[in-house]
Design a protein around this ligand. Structure first.
Ligand code: PLP
Length: 450
């Protein structure tokens, strides 16, 4: 720990000058200010007062290989000495951008062979909105432009990606969603399944997409987007019947299928991509977070040959890109991250430890606050409810979750609250002992929340 750090001064400076994303600054100040994280190793963080905290969220669902991997720092350092920056516009490329596009393409299904680089998940989804509309314009179907998404989905914070998202609170600010984005029910059995069994409900939720396509007219619908498992919505794990039915519906009506792998990609569900876990047949795959394990910002959009070939053949220049698309240091870091995932068999480790993670998490099901426990791979959730029998929620939704999040932090655990759902998404190398510790800390926090 840097002995010169003065947590009080840091908080004062942060309060005076720093506007944070997704933060209620009034309550931040009232509660004594920001928690300052100074360094991290493996699955553990330290704050400015020297306290050790187990990071049950891998940052923001991104530090999949864990903290402190010097190989990634060295990859960035070497690349920065050789070539800190060059762009991929105007007929230039760099060695790492070429190698990473090749590597990502090799991880995709056979019909997806090209990759467009961006800086994050929001830009990935913005890129998709423009590309897909451009594609249908080129095909002489400019009216085929509407995107269908789900309520409570999260696809980013830019104007287009937040319109794709189905977060009511976000739509309430800044005049969203933009025209051309519609939202249907989510496959959220615990909250919205009613009397149906999960598989019947999964079919019903998928058919809401079909109903919406028919209502709008298939000639007006460009694409359907979904996270294989909704992350920020509260780790909503769809029934098995859901995605196969979505595949069928999208094919039937000529609607493109976009699997948003920003959280699920690179191993989170126990396979390399969520589309493998759920049998999704995507045309386009946005990814970010786990691509570099968050060590540097980078995202990508992988696009089917059918779309790319058509746009390349008929479209001329696609007037779209970011100064840092394919940034060489970020690409070098992403390549090293993927090498570590492969060489250390970390995705296999997620699959191996997932049943243990599930079993331990399930021990929380008897807690008086917990209405449901669910997990897939190393993604887990405990739903806090006012009444276990009726599944009645707390009022207002989110208040108890935020209190629980604070208790977790005080106990030395980072858990995120999505409404009143407490979620976990720990770094992949987590051990069984650390899983035990995580669940013990969570139980203690739930007790304090009672
Ligand atoms: N898509 C999904 C599924 C996400 O979870 C997120 C972020 O959490 C995004 C897109 C947006 O990514 P970013 O925050 O990198 O812009």
């Amino acid at each position: 720990l840097d002995k010169n750090l003065n947590p009080v001064e840091l908080v004062a400076s942060d309060t005076a000058h720093h506007l944070h994303p997704f933060t209620d600054h009034k309550s931040l100040h009232a509660e004594g200010g920001t928690r300052i994280i100074t360094h991290a190793r493996g699955a553990w963080l330290w704050d400015a007062s020297g306290r050790k905290i187990l990071d049950g969220m891998a940052g923001l669902w991104c530090v999949n290989i864990g903290y402190g991997r010097s190989e990634l720092a060295e990859a960035a350092y070497r690349q920065m000495l050789d070539l800190p920056y060059y762009n991929t516009f105007f007929k230039t490329a760099t060695v790492p951008s070429i190698a990473l596009a090749d590597k990502v393409a090799s991880l995709m299904p056979d019909h997806i062979n090209r990759v467009f680089f961006v800086n994050d998940g929001s830009e990935a989804n913005d890129t998709i909105v423009r590309l897909v509309r451009h594609y249908f314009q080129l095909k002489g179907q400019p009216e085929k432009s509407v995107f269908i998404s789900r309520r409570n989905a999260y696809h980013g914070s830019t104007m287009a990606s937040a319109s794709l998202g189905g977060m009511a609170a976000m739509h309430g600010q800044g005049g969203l969603p933009l025209p051309g984005f519609v939202h249907v029910d989510q496959p959220y059995w615990f909250g919205e399944g009613g009397d149906l069994d999960p598989e019947a409900f999964g079919l019903k939720a998928a058919r809401a997409v079909e109903d919406e396509i028919l209502r709008l007219g298939p000639e007006n619908v460009a694409a359907f987007i979904g996270e294989p498992v909704q992350g920020a919505g509260g780790v909503i794990i769809p029934p098995d019947s859901y995605w196969p039915e979505i595949n069928r519906i999208c094919r039937k009506y000529g609607v493109l299928l976009i699997a948003d792998e920003v959280i699920c990609g690179f191993g989170r569900t126990g396979k390399w991509f969520g589309f493998e876990t759920y049998g999704i047949e995507p045309d386009i795959v946005p990814m970010a977070k786990g691509l570099s394990s968050g060590y540097l910002p980078i995202g990508a959009v992988a696009i089917s040959d059918e779309i790319c070939d058509f746009v390349i053949e008929n479209g001329g220049e696609f007037f779209h890109g970011y100064t840092y698309s394919g940034h060489p240091a970020a690409c070098a870091v992403a390549l090293e991250n993927i090498r570590i995932l492969e060489d250390e068999k970390l995705v296999e480790h997620v699959a191996d430890i997932a049943p243990y993670f599930h079993e331990k998490l399930m021990t929380l099901a008897d807690h008086p606050l917990v209405g449901e426990v669910r997990s897939v791979g190393l993604l887990g959730a405990c739903e806090l409810v006012r009444d276990k029998a009726t599944r009645a929620r707390f009022d207002p939704v989110g208040r108890v979750g935020l209190a629980c999040r604070d208790h977790c932090f005080e106990n030395g655990l980072i858990m995120r609250s999505c409404g009143d759902t407490m979620v976990l998404s720990p770094p992949f190398p987590i051990t069984r002992d650390e899983v035990d510790e995580m669940v013990d800390l969570a139980r203690a926090a739930f007790d304090s929340t009672l």
